[in-house]
Design a protein around this ligand. Structure first.
Ligand SMILES: *[C@@H]1O[C@H](CO)[C@@H](O)[C@H](O)[C@H]1NC(C)=O
Length: 465
């Protein structure tokens, strides 16, 4: 969330997917916005590297200690435990997490109640969930090519140490071919599918060419063929307003309402959130059907608490309610939310709602403050799923921040009136992350077919370097 505006390097957009035709992209508030999309697909996710893990937060010196921790494997570090973060104005209608049925313990099939909706202290009312169907057919035009654009949206030759010939062998040809291709596609669109990537695969180049010359429909399936997943997926965590199963709502009210802590050094820790999402609470409490105001943030962890041993949580700040995030190579987050406009106030981040994922170690140490007190700055992982970058914008942008950096200029339309349903699929089979607008119900079990149809929803590609 902190790096969103830093991606324009010199005059070249160092981003991975955009549309170069100036009249197709708009430059607004320091950011480019190109086509509306209903799916964003990150490929080549995961690297072997290391980050600085916090090992201690010293309340007498206000210093934190860190130690290098290496990571590798599919989707890493996004295979580590993630916490789910929200900033208002937002009204969360549903949230869930699914895992492949085969690798879940059989206890997943049982309803989990230990953390469910029954705590008294802070709970006010329970509301029935409101579902809104949203079935917008979004036109995703797929003529892909690899080009650089400058700050005016013009195609340019990159400067600096980028070896264009080696990295982008078919760039010019593809870019020039597109407008001449005699097909029905809106040929004025040229999507930049890969920029600044040193690992453009030959196959990708082929797909690019194919897409350029043959794509006719407004929904192309050519950008990404995803490894299918086998078997059903089971819902391990679920929320509807007033009710939680294996998820815990938190915010940053530590020390104010009976949970968490405050100190001169590190300020308010995380705490259980009240049902309004804004105040604190002494115990885990489900969020109500509320619109959390601009600038206010809440977090969802799982219902499993860290036990202080070597259980994967790592070091966490003393005195906090510490809960596990959502880990694993294969996981699906589902969301339904509204982001009403909120122009009345003057909060920091006024009218800039967002949903994002962090390595769960970050909020359990220090989310905002001294960089040495969390692993954030050293790349333990942030993924911005849906983020409004300038106040009042209606375009939700996605971005990855870790050792790999990338995103797209294509956007989901902000759901100000009717809620948006989306799934975020971490597919450890092929190292992709798919962010997909969906219409299905978020039932106890997602069938293999449903998940594979989500994986095959065409959209905007964002290959990570
Ligand atoms: C609760 O969520 C955690 C994190 O996703 C998961 O590991 C655990 O299996 C879940 N518990 C149940 C009973 O589903």
């Amino acid at each position: 969330m902190k790096l969103s505006n830093t991606l324009i390097v010199g005059n070249i957009i160092s981003l991975l997917s955009t549309v170069i035709k100036a009249d197709q992209c708009t430059f607004s508030g320091g950011n480019y916005y190109c086509s509306e999309t209903d799916a964003i697909i990150y490929s080549n996710v995961g690297l072997s590297s290391s980050y600085q893990d916090v090992t201690n937060m010293d309340e007498s010196t206000c210093q934190c200690s860190q130690q290098s921790t290496s990571f590798s494997g599919n989707l890493s570090p996004f295979n580590e435990e993630l916490s789910v973060h929200f900033r208002g104005p937002i009204n969360l209608k549903q949230f869930g997490v699914y895992y492949p049925a085969a690798s879940s313990s059989s206890s997943n099939l049982k309803k989990r109640d230990n953390n469910d909706a029954n705590e008294k202290e802070c709970t006010t009312t329970k509301n029935h969930q409101h579902r809104h169907k949203r079935d917008v057919a979004v036109e995703v035009v797929e003529v892909t090519a690899t080009v650089f654009v400058n700050a005016k949206g013009e195609s340019v030759t990159p400067v600096g140490n980028i070896n264009v010939a080696e990295t982008f062998p078919t760039t010019t040809a593809a870019a020039e071919a597109a407008p001449e291709a005699d097909n029905e596609i809106v040929s004025s669109y040229i999507k930049v599918s890969t920029i600044l990537s040193s690992k453009v695969q030959p196959q990708e180049e082929e797909q690019t060419t194919t897409s350029t010359s043959t794509s006719k429909s407004t929904k192309s399936t050519s950008t990404s063929v995803s490894a299918p997943v086998a078997g059903a997926w089971e819902r391990a965590s679920y929320f509807t307003p007033g009710s939680t199963s294996n998820c815990t709502f938190m915010n940053h009210q530590g020390g104010t309402a009976g949970s968490g802590t405050w100190s001169q050094c590190f300020g308010n820790s995380i705490s259980f959130a009240n049902s309004d999402g804004i105040t604190g609470c002494s115990s885990a409490t489900p969020l109500d059907d509320v619109t959390v105001a601009s600038g206010k943030e809440f977090i969802i962890f799982s219902g499993d608490s860290c036990d202080g041993s070597n259980d994967g949580c790592g070091y966490y700040r003393d005195g906090i309610p510490a809960y596990h995030g959502f880990g694993g190579d294969h996981k699906i987050f589902v969301f339904e939310f509204l982001m009403p406009s909120d122009t009345s106030g003057s909060a920091m981040n006024q009218d800039m709602p967002a949903v994002w994922l962090l390595n769960a170690k970050i909020p359990r140490t220090l989310q905002y403050g001294d960089a040495s007190c969390s692993c954030w700055e050293t790349g333990c992982g942030e993924m911005d799923l849906f983020e409004i970058l300038t106040a009042g914008s209606d375009k939700l942008i996605s971005h990855v921040h870790d050792g790999q950096d990338g995103g797209t200029q294509d956007y989901f339309t902000r759901p100000t009136e009717t809620s948006l349903k989306v799934a975020v699929i971490f597919n450890g089979n092929d190292n992709t992350i798919h962010i997909v607008e969906v219409s299905e119900d978020f039932d106890d079990v997602l069938s293999e077919d449903t998940v594979n149809s989500w994986l095959n929803q065409a959209g905007s590609a964002a290959a990570l370097p």
